[in-house]
Design a protein around this ligand. Sequence first.
Ligand SMILES: [Zn+2]
Length: 414
Amino acid sequence: MKTISKKTLEELLPDLLESRIPFFQKLVQTRSTRGREDEAQMLVRAELEDLGLKVKTLRIKTAQGKIRSRTGPVVVGVLKGAGGGKALILNSHIDCAPAGPRQLWKHDPFSGMLEEGRIHGRGSLDDKAGCITILLLLDLIRNQAIKLKGDLIVHSVVEDEYSGRGTECCMIPELKADAAIIIDGHYDARLAIGHPGHIQFKIKLYGKPAPSCRADAGESAIEKSLLLIKSIRQWSEKIHESLDPHWTKACEGSLLNIGKIQGGEWVGAVPASCTIEGLMRFAPPFTLEEMKALLLKEVHRIARSDPWLNEYPPVVDFKDLSFESLELATTHPFFAIVEEAIEKVMHKSAEPYLCPGWCDLRHLHNYYSIPACMFGPGRGQGAHRPNEYFQIKSLLPHARVLMEIILEWCLIAE
Ligand SMILES: [Zn+2]
């Protein structure tokens, strides 16, 4: 079987990566926060077309079947195989977290600045480095004129950071593969095979307005929300203690994050409304439906202890980022190939583990029932925080591992 020698990989990949740096910078400079993904996705689409993939764009639809116009497209490229090999999905996401206040950043959050081997900016690590890894692998396949037997299916998705609906909308029969790798947020030999469950909730509270000079006659929705947050936090700590010990590491720290709070109308009156939005992680023995019911029960219990909230109970809504915990078995032969490739390139054993956050693995499992994991793209810092950067060279060993997996799984046509 024709293959790529270790020497070729070691010599060629750094040069190919070097020539990808300007595009990497451009991709970071192209802000792709939620609802602004179009331009970055068009850049990725053009690259995939140039690399000879058959590319299509998909749109996320609402429950009523209408295209969600405020969300950018999902780009899917297929490098058609000659037949006789297995298909592999490589997935990365183009959407990035909001940058937050500029004051907390050393450089402009979308500078894409190259400094001491690092690319700086929001999305550089999470997850534009994932996209660059995939392009680099395709560069190598083209450079070496490799014809694979199995299809290579490339996803550049949106909404990974929000609903997961980007990957979900790729889950159609004609795009099904035999295995999948999400390239996002991992370094060294770490291999994510699962994650805790999450519930995304929005709680609306009502207050009793009164003029500010008679604030004593009102009931502040903002102050009631603080009471609610404090009690939910205490309750979440009790939930934490009763998790299955197998999940303790993945669920280390607090289970609860209140991510957004919005309340009040103007300074001249006691706030009549306040909304809090948060995420809560969970793991076995709890299921998603149980957690939703427990949170509702807890909010109602807190409301009953306050005369105003008892009369005007908070309204709880659950949002898109609500799903079960996931732990995939590693008994499928695909994992033997992944583990062997890691061992061969990195000279260490693969480290399967449960990642602490969320990711799109659940869709690949729920819709396709295929073996899947998260691996690569390498080291960096600052995901969902200020001063995000990616260490460019750390991508190389991960790209080599991924290339080994592609060759072993998809096989090279004679
Ligand atoms: Zn990510």
